[in-house]
Design a protein around this ligand. Sequence first.
Ligand SMILES: Nc1ncnc2c1ncn2[C@@H]1O[C@H](COP(=O)(O)OP(=O)(O)OP(=O)(O)O)[C@@H](O)[C@H]1O
Ligand SMILES: [Mg+2]
Length: 583
Amino acid sequence: MIGTIEKIIDDDIYLNLTIDPQKTTSLLNAYVIIQDVNNSFIGEINVIHKTTCQIKLLGEYKNNNFTFGYAKKPALSATVNLIDVQYISKIIGNESEPNNTLFLGMSPYFDNVKINADLNGLFSSHLAIFGNTGSGKSCSFASIMQNLMQHQNISDKMNIVIFDAYGEYHDAFEYLNESGTYAFKAYGTNEKIDNNIISIPPWLLNADDYALLLNVTSANQMPIIEKTLRNVDLFVRPEEEVSKYKNSIIANAISDILLSGRPAAQIRDQVTGILSKFYTQSLNLETIISQPGYNRTFRQCLLVDENGKMNAMELVSNFIKSYFTDEVSASTPDGSYKYTLENFRDALDFALIEEGIWKSEKIFDQANILMVRLNALIKSEYGKLFNVEDYIDKETYINNLFLTHNGKKAQIINFNISSFDDRMAKSVVKIFAKLFFNYAKEAEVKGATPFNLFLEEAHRYVQKDSDIDIIGYNIFERISKEGRKYGVLLGLISQRPCELSETCLSQCSNYLLFKITHPNDIAFVEKSIPGITADVIANIKTALPGHCMAFGSAFKLPLLVKIDMPNPRPSSESVNMSSVWFD
Ligand SMILES: Nc1ncnc2c1ncn2[C@@H]1O[C@H](COP(=O)(O)OP(=O)(O)OP(=O)(O)O)[C@@H](O)[C@H]1O
Ligand SMILES: [Mg+2]
């Protein structure tokens, strides 16, 4: 016995010590077993004075098993004893069947006590890994994944995707390919050094994806994008199949201009402008418009006389009506045929004349900015991402993402997105996240193809941004709310939790909190993480590199864990100034 209970207030037990704490090893953070006539409880010493100490009641110990939380509290007459180290693993070790146990690290308080996580608990719900820069997030994440890959009989159903903001993880996982049992596939953007180049088939994108890529800022721009997508097939299918619909759109636009009441010279210029850009075999500037007696080309009919009149206005008006049709060509592309960003640009151009951008400056500005952005994207280095030679359907594309060049299934794939600017990185990560989420959601058997998406520097992508106003949802918030059911799980790794979407943060079930010192981050974490305690907060303020507070559904109780350095390490070292600065 180490003392007698003086009082119990809430979950704190106040003890008068019967041993001299100065003559024992440190009692701080030691676990105690508290036994009364009916029950046994486990507590942790968290305050110590010369003759007294305070114990935090953690849970019950029944049938050789520890459960966090308790229904009753110990009686004042209960005995309090230190727990023998051999029992500590039982309490905090979390050992169940090997396939459901993941070794996380060692306890910094108890020698040789391993701390495991419940594997299912950790990977079948969302996970957050937070900590200051240099606190050990990347090394620890690599270490945890390396421990995971030590398991045997991992099936081809494991799909771990890392969005690697700094290109760190290639070095930590490449070894998997040497061992031959499992495989790792690394994607990058540099054709000279990367074996696998990130590429995204434009035909697998939908209106929401284009809205992200073109940085749509107003909901009014969405109909233009939707219209553009409906027009894409006009530029892909053979002309004889689509000319009827193309002609109708051109004819409607020309008719609008003819009826606009603008000066004839302006009408002539606008109609000529449209027909110079968009024409078909059967409707163009050289199309013959017949009149009893003589034939003229469309271009000739647009002539304006010296009085500023277009004499053939009515003739042209009537002629153009013959091209009207109420039928629409096709629906939005469904990913079943190939098209390029250049086709999308033509379709956007066409959508702009359909919208009648000359009608108002506001429409022109909103629509034109999309064209400017699309052109910039096509011409930029990012345009190459969307240059995909051969048609591929969505399912094969996603399957191939996880196949190495020799056809082996890769359990972990890594997208090195370090060369992307913030906006592009965010768009690409969202596009992939949505692709995986929709794929998992459409699967015939729910959860048959799970995806675990780990986002380094998650605060760069998982933000409270304007997507909800534009496309009605934010993909990360959607995944954080619905993904668990379909097996799409987020792993958010971040040094700035306060910049993350609060919705996403609060949906995480497990947290590995490394050292966090910034008051804003502490306050945010305290406010947004359900069930976080003052003890956890106190621990993370002072944690050493590689030490974290682990808590959530995968752990029996909140625990401080020292995670081993991974081997091999990610390339995340700080610059060694003394070796750089001095010869
Ligand atoms: N488990 C560990 N044990 C001991 N030292 C560690 C451990 N993990 C990390 N460190 C030390 O901390 C350094 C920084 O680690 P790491 O790159 O993982 O930090 P980080 O939290 O990912 O930082 P950033 O937010 O800047 O990416 C490492 O180079 C290593 O020296
Ligand atoms: Mg890091």
